[in-house]
Write a protein that binds this ligand. Structure first.
Ligand code: SF4
Length: 321
């Protein structure tokens, strides 16, 4: 075990824990933001640099501070380490620079983007970015491409976090997409435009922190804050079948995996559950979804919370109005 102090709060964690994981164990007030790290995807992290922190004491054995800011998702804690995150002006300044960098080519099209309201880049820029831009250059733009029957790639919005590539590599069988080229020519693409049609490809939509990969069955149907999320499950032979149904009125507009308080899915779901089961009758309803992240989705909803065991199909109308 190792003792680490983050923003003045001490915690004891198992050896090998990263600073980011240790900070998450303490809670959201000290946890650094992360755009590319994803707990359930091996080797994720190390691309976006939003989670950088200052190590003011390396360890009890070697108390020297680390001269440069370090990325917390890839740096493991040492016994006696002292870290500052929100309390470090150096970190806040560097993070504002990272946000500016991520927004260099990202379009400011939140008013028409399907990800608005659940976009991690939107949250990051509000919480850590500057109010103005210094960019005079034209942003790079790409044509939208359909990758497979259900997913649309709008590369213009991509921040090259590699999460979708890790999903393709680790969750689906036979990856057919990845990052092509290098530097400012880098782009996510399906090589020779081959379609992604395997059973778990839809999870790329859930892991994408911005609106670069969107669900074609949901695009432009509703702003996410006008929908009402409900937990549901079904017997599925490919995945756990545990999902969130997003209702508008009595219509299921989309189906997604369930996300935790860090915005990461608990269990990856298959394409059949996600794209082909859009009727209430396909599902056993568990109850209203409590969106734990600080989110506009939870605003003004579910004043009269229904307990799962008191929940019936007839209640859908009542709770979604
Ligand atoms: S498409 Fe989305 S998930 Fe994939 S690299 Fe770009 S931002 Fe990340």
């Amino acid at each position: 075990m190792a003792k680490v102090t983050i923003d003045g709060i001490e915690i004891e964690v198992p050896d090998g824990t990263t600073i980011l994981q240790a900070a998450r164990m303490i809670g959201p007030s000290v946890a650094p933001p992360a755009m590319c790290f994803y707990t359930k995807l091996k080797t994720s992290g190390g691309y976006c640099r939003t989670c950088l922190v200052e190590v003011t004491k390396g360890s009890d054995k070697d108390p020297r501070p680390m001269p440069k800011l370090v990325i917390s998702c890839r740096t493991t804690v040492m016994d006696g380490m002292v870290v500052t995150n929100q309390l470090s002006p150096r970190v806040l300044d560097a993070r504002a620079g990272i946000v500016e960098f991520l927004l260099l080519n990202h379009p400011l099209d939140c008013p028409i983007c399907d990800q608005a309201g659940e976009c991690h880049l939107q949250d990051l820029s509000y919480e850590n970015g500057n109010y103005t831009t210094r960019t005079d250059f034209e942003r790079r733009t790409f044509e939208k491409i359909d990758i497979g029957d259900f997913i649309q790639l709008h590369m213009t919005r991509c921040i090259l976090c590699y999460r979708c590539v890790k999903v393709a590599e680790q969750i689906t069988d036979g990856r057919v997409h990845g990052v092509l080229n290098r530097g400012d020519l880098s782009e996510i693409s399906t090589y020779i435009k081959e379609a992604i049609d395997n059973d778990f490809s839809g999870n790329m939509i859930d892991v994408c922190p911005v609106g670069a990969l969107t669900d074609k069955t949901f695009r432009f149907k509703s702003r996410v804050w006008f929908t009402k999320p409900v937990d549901a499950h079904r017997d599925c032979d490919k995945c756990s079948g545990k999902v969130v149904l997003w209702y508008k009125g009595e219509e299921v507009l989309r189906v997604t995996g369930r996300k935790d308080e860090w915005g990461e899915v608990d269990e990856f779901i298959c394409n059949t559950c996600r794209f082909e089961k859009k009727h209430t009758a396909d599902w056993s309803i568990e109850g209203v979804r409590n969106i734990s992240r600080h989110s506009v989705i939870s605003a003004n909803k579910y004043k009269n919370l229904v307990k799962p065991n008191e929940f019936h199909l007839n209640d859908i109308k009542a709770i979604t109005e």
